[in-house]
Write a protein that binds this ligand. Structure first.
Ligand SMILES: [Zn+2]
Length: 73
């Protein structure tokens, strides 16, 4: 066996992978109400590290959730 380094396979840019879709509605952490996704998805799709913004319909609080690195699963 060769004594080599274990490398992760490089990203394949031409492959259309699954598109990340944030939940349209989440549960408000504060009041337990329904918080709706605010704004439009970017043209290039959601990328890890982007912030999605939710607005609670009950307490009108805003929540920012970072898009997870779903390639890393
Ligand atoms: Zn709320």
């Amino acid at each position: 066996m060769a004594h080599g380094r274990c490398r992760a396979s490089p990203p394949v840019p031409d492959t259309v992978g699954p598109v990340y879709e944030p939940d349209p509605v989440i549960t408000c952490i504060d009041c337990g109400g329904r918080a709706h996704l605010n704004g439009h998805p970017p043209e290039e799709g959601w990328q890890p590290g982007m912030l999605t913004m939710y607005r609670c319909e009950d307490c009108l609080d805003g929540w920012y959730l970072e898009v997870p690195d779903w390639d890393d699963v």
